[in-house]
Design a binder for this molecule. Structure first.
Ligand code: SF4
Length: 493
């Protein structure tokens, strides 16, 4: 269901990208979004763990399953229905200490050969067992790990056989993107990637402060990034994204301020500014990060305030959780036109209903079915060697899941919920169906995070955009066991 009505009005946008004004840093402490008196109160009430809602139900709800439901769902689609494809490359050259991705740190090139052979086999099995190969692929994403761990010949080979098993389209409207570790590419590689048909790039930046980079084991100078961005600009990519993180060790408001100034000067079209999730029990590489070097939750709220206000003043729109785009970006237009969706890549334009995930740990979303490939490489290889699709876990969404997914999508994508429309579409009475959620919604309203037009429409305020995850959590039926929630999810702040 598309969101009804207009978007909440954000701060004024300029087409020019101005320098950060000196008063901006100071403003973070006394900002309009949040004054320092509020911080302790908001932390007391809302600093709790929860999903990032790249799917609903979240992947923690997936249960052991085979490929039957997934193949049944694929069989329902028509050949002309567009589809998105995600390919996971798990390898990395060295560990970044903050990382929570499914990756394998290695220098062994033979590992790549074995993996590419199995990717090839997975695509061939998929083609044998479904008619997916006929569907136009409007969105393709290579993620990781580090896709650019592959050398030029390996990348070319991968794109070549992807085009054998999927219907890759040539239209300019396609979104074919790849995640780039800047330390692994040069001008020639950028040219090759463009020549292979990718038109969108995402650079892993994280932070420009040398001390922070050393503390996370990811050193890359701003000069190197500037040179790379120059090459990218001359090759005609339609979009460049920067991935950044706040809440990293040794970050301060001042260091974030300097990183923001350098980012704005480089002028990426999109910025993903993620909240660092410190979960060393789940991600052992994070044990290398000294807990005492991490900014306190109160500082993180101030950092987020600084980020939102600085980027907004520089002409970016805060489209939702963690994501900023230039005012004329296609994601901003999609938000205005009700075509925005939230998925495993964060925010995306809703060009295809179904997503096919290929590679170890990849998640597919087809119709009502989520299906995840084996997370361990051995299990992934074993299934394919036995000529089976490597699906290991998944879930078939219930009607209640679909209703709640729709609500969470509307809040995450449009910061609003048209309750009247929802009631008409799902034939329910909101105050009855969600009566357990009403006290929390009233509390958000009292705290200035939510505006309410009776029980006809909810709108997340600018201040509430800091805690959008918490507002979505009210509609999550799976957040019942606080102990389990705490061990599985990162903190919202
Ligand atoms: S952040 Fe990226 S490059 Fe670094 S270890 Fe994680 S997946 Fe690999």
């Amino acid at each position: 269901m598309a969101a009804g009505g207009g978007l909440p009005k954000l701060a004024a946008m300029n087409s020019q990208i101005p320098c950060i004004q000196d008063h901006t840093l100071e403003a973070a402490n006394t900002a309009s979004l949040l004054c320092s008196d509020d911080i302790a109160e908001l932390l007391r009430k809302y600093d709790r763990s929860g999903p990032r809602y790249t799917s609903y139900p979240p992947a923690t709800q997936f249960r052991a399953t085979g490929a039957e439901d997934y193949l049944d769902a694929l069989a329902q689609a028509r050949p002309e229905d567009p589809v998105s494809v995600y390919i996971h490359i798990p390898f990395c050259r060295s560990p970044c200490y903050y990382c929570g991705c499914n990756k394998i740190v290695t220098r062994n090139r033979d590992a790549v050969r074995q993996y590419l052979n199995h990717l090839h086999k997975e695509m061939a099995l998929l083609r044998l067992q479904s008619a997916t190969y006929r569907r136009p692929v409007t969105q393709l994403h290579l993620g990781g790990g580090t896709p650019t761990f592959l050398d030029n010949a390996e990348l070319t080979e991968l794109v070549h056989y992807t085009s054998q098993y999927f219907n890759l389209v040539r239209a300019d409207s396609r979104d074919y993107s790849i995640e780039i570790d800047p330390r692994t590419v040069d001008r020639a590689r950028i040219e090759l990637i463009r020549g292979l048909g990718f038109n969108r790039l995402s650079l892993g930046i994280q932070d420009f402060d040398p001390a922070v980079q050393a503390a996370i084991n990811r050193v890359q100078s701003v000069e190197e990034i500037r040179e790379l961005v120059g090459h990218i600009r001359t090759r005609g990519f339609s979009s460049l994204n920067f991935d950044l993180i706040y809440g990293l060790p040794l970050q301060t408001l001042e260091s974030i301020h300097h990183t923001l100034a350098q980012v704005i000067a480089l002028s990426p079209d999109r910025i993903s500014y993620y909240n660092y999730a410190h979960l060393p029990e789940r991600f052992p590489a994070q044990k290398a990060i000294r807990t005492e070097d991490l900014p306190a939750p109160a500082s993180k709220l101030q950092m987020l305030t600084l980020i939102i206000e600085t980027l907004t003043a520089a002409g970016y729109r805060h489209i939702g959780m963690d994501h900023f785009v230039k005012a004329d970006d296609s994601l901003a237009r999609a938000q205005d036109e009700g075509r925005l969706c939230r998925n495993f890549q964060g925010y995306s334009i809703s060009k295809a209903q179904d997503l096919i995930g290929v590679g170890v740990s990849s998640i597919s979303s087809v119709g009502d079915v989520f299906a995840q490939n084996a997370v361990q490489l051995d299990n992934y290889y074993r299934a394919l060697d036995a000529n089976q699709l490597p699906i290991e876990k998944g879930v078939v969404s219930s009607d209640e899941d679909l209703l709640r997914r729709d609500i969470i999508q509307q809040l995450a994508c449009y910061r609003a919920l048209d309750i009247a429309k929802l009631e008409a579409h799902y034939h329910l009475q909101f105050t009855e169906h969600f009566k357990d959620a009403l006290p929390a919604l009233r509390q958000f309203e009292q705290d200035g995070l939510l505006e309410r037009d009776g029980w006809k429409r909810l709108r997340v305020s600018d201040r509430g955009s800091l805690l959008l995850r918490n507002i979505c959590m009210v509609f999550d039926a799976y957040l019942q066991n606080p102990g389990v929630v705490k061990s599985l999810f990162s903190r919202a702040i």
